[in-house]
Design a protein around this ligand. Structure first.
Ligand code: ZN
Length: 308
């Protein structure tokens, strides 16, 4: 296998973590009552520690998109992440999907979570990722709000066509969006072109369920385009001993299936590719990508974004 430096084409990808409890996860949201959150067992800290140790083994820093709900209840975890050199960013206040919020509720979610995370971590929060990648076509107003609330980048537009989420036809590599409120850097999760289809291979359940080669191929194709890919994982995906909630078969597979693969696959991924926090790419002047307005974003099948 070629070493990282031989094969990377000078590209350093982004390793990102959506920090939430397993009961916050989208697959389980319709089976868990929000009123029960306070009484369910909290397991996030152990899993985050495991993830941080894995990253340390590979001398890798990452971006952690943390819920405001956790900044309030687990401030020491957030402080420790920041102290270890990781980037703290926002995953919103309480994992409510953007598609279920009006503009004012969304504004409070991104404003309050940013303030809480900054107070706790002592770091400026630059980035946001929507719960369940829920900034969809028609929801572009949310990007304006992010700029108005002081965010520099977003990582919510998953350029795939999926039920319930996805920004189908979106630009696949990092790019600058000219919103009505000003510019916003966008870092889409990694995808892979397969014939006419654009597959989500950026992480999460896809990382556990698809063959490892899909994620590797997605990152390699991004490297060939000279663009960093963005990988994501959740702490609960490392937690083999999490208590199981009684849910239907498909939900059980999606959420709990192949949890045992996560850690060995992460080791493989971290050995093969070079990663850094998204803020580190921005510090170096941002990705080399065209500035595009949303309406003018190249559709799949044309232009630079369509290659490989
Ligand atoms: Zn989430």
């Amino acid at each position: 296998m070629p070493s990282v430096s031989e094969s990377s084409n000078g590209v350093t990808h982004h390793f990102t973590v959506d920090v939430e409890e397993s009961f916050h996860a989208s697959a389980l949201e319709s089976f868990v009552d929000r009123a029960d959150w306070e009484t369910l067992p909290s397991r996030v800290e152990g899993a985050v520690r495991q993830l941080v140790d894995l990253l340390a083994e590979h001398r890798t820093r990452a971006t952690f998109f943390v819920l405001g709900w956790l900044a309030e209840r687990r401030p020491q975890m957030v402080r420790d992440l920041a102290a270890q050199g990781h980037e703290i960013a926002s995953h919103g206040l309480d994992h409510k999907r953007v598609t279920q919020m009006g503009a004012e509720e969304f504004r409070l979610s991104v404003r309050d979570s940013k303030r809480q995370l900054e107070d706790v971590s002592g770091q400026a929060v630059l980035g946001y990722r929507a719960p369940s990648f829920s900034i969809v076509r028609g929801g572009e107003w949310a990007l304006d709000v992010l700029v108005e609330e002081g965010y520099v980048y977003d990582s919510s537009l998953y350029p795939v066509r999926r039920p319930g989420y996805g920004f189908a036809g979106g630009h696949r590599d990092p790019h600058l969006i000219q919103t009505a409120a000003g510019p916003l850097h966008e870092f889409p999760p990694t995808t892979l072109r397969a014939g006419p289809a654009i597959l989500p291979v950026g992480g999460g359940a896809y990382f556990r369920h698809l063959p490892f080669g899909f994620v590797g191929s997605g990152l390699e194709a991004a490297q060939r385009r000279g663009a960093p890919g963005t990988f994501y994982i959740h702490p609960w995906e490392l937690d083999r001993d999490q208590p199981h909630i009684d849910v239907p078969f498909l939900t059980r597979m999606r959420h709990y299936g192949h949890i045992d693969r996560t850690v060995p696959r992460l080791r493989r991924l971290l050995s093969r590719f070079r990663f850094q926090p998204i803020a580190a790419t921005l510090e170096r002047g941002g990705p080399a990508a065209d500035s595009v307005g949303l309406s003018a974003a190249p559709s799949v099948g044309s232009g630079k974004a369509a290659r490989s």
